[in-house]
Design a protein around this ligand. Structure first.
Ligand code: WTA
Length: 629
């Protein structure tokens, strides 16, 4: 099933459209199933209801671990590069990983975690994070990983939404020059949560922390007292594997639900094909496991394929902007999968951090998370890939489970800044605002998908209606991505960015409504409106228009105070870059904020504001223009 030439891609694509069930059945057969499926696919996009490999029984960890023990027991599964470059990296072989996962799974069981129970994981990028994820999967518990940059409030919201009974965390985290508290943040969160019965704490920084008798337990102590054997729970293909929270245009983040069978098949299939993974290659995905990219391309995809996955604890600029290149040289990394924001940031430090490192081990480069601009694409291609490595721009989403539109490395002819063509099994289409399909090439529209694929979202946790409303109602019968897209004369796709009220800051998805809610909680704030604006490094920055009760005496201090509130409510990733105080917002007579105008002003394009005559108070636009930051 592995594609190695463009002709094979075309053949596979054609088959995947004419006979999707046959196509995916053939892919799925390469995995270990405890019981075969009865039907490949049942679906409708109205409810929506999507079931893949119906009746099939399996456990993803048997595919990610056990099946490699025969021939790859001593093969490195995870290479861990710590925050400090002088600290010893750790190599974990498949057999070691298997044992550690089984032991930790037994710890979970000891504390009463059963199949279907939800477990919140709030850990830094240490091997224990991957182990905790796999241990949940081993016993059929549903993991909900929360990125280490989220606040106590965000953790509490996620724990409560999913009804988690256990939290797995660490004392602290190292991130570059900083030591970040983890356990004390969890303690703050747990004051608002009643479902959590136990907390397992892994030692990383040995920062002093409170350990509550009867609730909190040390990881290192616990794993000593359990068995190293833990049979894998038999899971239905459609049992939930994990929940991952992501931001949308309205309300609080929603829990995207992925299931065991389809997700496994899709993560592994896309990993091996898109990156053209060759046995023995070292794959370095720089994402955090707290995001979908880490779930699919640090943990599940690579491990299901028996690959070696490199996990990095730190940040690209510590101790200096050469850190990625040092890691590539030190570990002879072959595949580097990173984000445009990281590339742009490293670019800005200049080539001196690149030139002293031997990057000749690299065979493939990948980008994900946001549209990649031409300059960053070219810089990566020339200076990192030495014009010798395919550079693939991979488009996908938390909801899609795996990569959707992308060049296949070295197989699909590249075009800078284009995600190029859909993978086999993926049927994209562009629609206009009325939902009519826009056919032909050289067109642009809203990106939808018309047929299910195994890795797709099944529901939003605890609120199926929200899943239906968000993804399947805008254009009935279609999955709507929320992205705008153009299809050029060659039929190549280029994703142009979100068309909803979601902004993409350094590759992190943030809902403007969420940031507004946080700002509005600040004392003295009456109302706010948040939009994105182009930012050289982050892709998009956060621009907030804020109405206050009284004119601030010290606007600078007020801005800082608001930033602290946002950090408390959501986390530092949602801190506004710019805050403009205004006396009103451009609202229509029906009370709707005309965000188009706010976006234009934030972008600095004040000369082309369009029609403002329908505004309740058109004069407010002048004030906003004059005060633009
Ligand atoms: C954006 C990350 C352009 C897009 C895997 C999408 C991209 C959102 C690309 C999903 C790309 C991701 N080119 N835009 N190659 N990859 N995006 O859920 O707007 O964190 O809808 O998943 O990121 O972000 P998420």
């Amino acid at each position: 099933m592995n594609i190695t030439t463009f002709e094979e891609y075309q053949t596979a694509y054609a088959q995947s459209v004419s006979d999707p069930e046959g196509f995916w059945a053939e892919v799925a057969q390469q995995f270990v199933w405890k019981k075969p499926w009865k039907k490949v696919l049942e679906w409708n996009f109205t409810e929506p209801s999507v079931k893949w490999f119906v009746g099939g029984k399996m456990n993803i960890t048997e595919n990610a671990l056990d099946r490699h023990l025969a021939d790859k027991a001593d093969h490195p599964a995870i290479i861990w590069e710590p925050n400090e470059p002088d600290d010893q990296p750790v190599t974990i072989t498949y057999s070691m990983l298997h044992t550690r996962v089984c032991r930790f799974a037994n710890v979970l069981k000891k504390y009463g975690v059963k199949k279907g129970d939800r477990v919140c994981i709030y850990l830094p990028m240490v091997p224990e994070l991957a182990i905790a994820v796999l241990a949940c999967a081993r016993i059929g518990a549903v993991h909900s990983v929360v990125f280490g940059g989220f606040s106590a409030q965000s953790i509490a919201d996620r724990i409560n939404d999913a009804g988690c009974t256990m939290v797995i965390t660490s004392d602290g985290a190292y991130r570059g020059a900083k030591v970040i508290p983890m356990k004390s943040t969890v303690d703050d969160a747990l004051e608002k949560c009643s479902t959590v019965k136990n907390v397992i704490v892994m030692t990383r920084t040995r920062t002093p922390i409170s350990m509550l008798k009867g609730r909190d337990h040390w990881w290192e102590e616990e794993v000593k007292h359990v068995d190293a054997i833990c049979p894998a729970e038999e899971m239905d293909a459609e049992d939930t594997l994990f929940i991952l929270y992501t931001s949308g245009s309205t309300g609080k983040p929603k829990g995207v639900v992925h299931t065991c069978g389809g997700y496994m098949v899709y993560a592994a299939y896309t990993f091996s094909n898109v990156f053209q993974y060759q046995p023995g290659e070292i794959h370095f995905c720089t994402a955090d496991i707290g995001w979908i990219t880490g779930h699919s391309y640090i943990v599940y995809g690579p491990l299901c394929e028996g690959a070696t996955s490199l996990m990095f604890e730190g940040v690209p600029t510590y101790p200096d902007a050469g850190r990625f290149w040092e890691i590539v040289e030190k570990h002879k990394v072959n595949i580097l999968y990173t984000a445009p924001t990281a590339i742009r940031s490293l670019m800005s430090f200049g080539l001196q951090y690149v030139k002293d490192h031997d990057l000749s081990s690299l065979t493939k480069l990948g980008s994900v998370g946001e549209p990649i601009n031409e300059e960053a694409w070219q810089w990566m291609k020339h200076n990192i890939g030495k014009n010798n490595c395919p550079l693939i721009d991979t488009w996908w989403q938390t909801e899609t489970g795996g990569i959707m539109i992308t060049p296949i490395a070295g197989v699909t002819p590249e075009k800078p800044t284009y995600a190029t063509l859909p993978l086999p099994g993926i049927q994209p289409l562009l629609v206009d605002e009325h939902g009519n399909e826009i056919e032909g090439n050289g067109v642009s529209g809203n990106l939808c998908i018309k047929f299910p694929w195994p890795g797709m979202i099944r529901t939003t946790y605890g609120d199926h209606e929200r899943c239906k409303q968000t993804y399947f109602s805008t254009y009935p019968g279609l999955y709507f991505t929320g992205d705008g897209c153009l299809r050029d004369e060659d039929g190549y796709y280029r994703i142009t960015g979100r068309v909803d009220d979601v902004i993409n800051v350094s590759g992190h998805r943030i809902g403007t409504a969420e940031v507004e809610n946080a700002i509005n909680m600040h004392l003295g704030v009456v109302e706010s409106a948040v939009v994105g604006y182009p930012h050289d490094i982050k892709g998009q920055g956060i621009y907030a228009y804020v109405i206050t009760e009284h004119k601030p005496d010290d606007p600078e201090m007020f801005r800082k105070d608001i930033a602290v509130t946002v950090t408390r409510v959501i986390g530092p990733i949602a801190r506004p870059d710019k805050i403009q105080f205004v006396s009103g917002l451009p609202k229509t007579r029906s009370g709707k904020i005309m965000r188009r105008i706010l976006r234009k002003v934030a972008e600095g394009e004040t000369s082309s504001l369009g029609d403002t005559s329908t505004l309740l108070d058109p004069t407010i636009v002048d004030e906003i223009k004059d005060g633009a930051l």
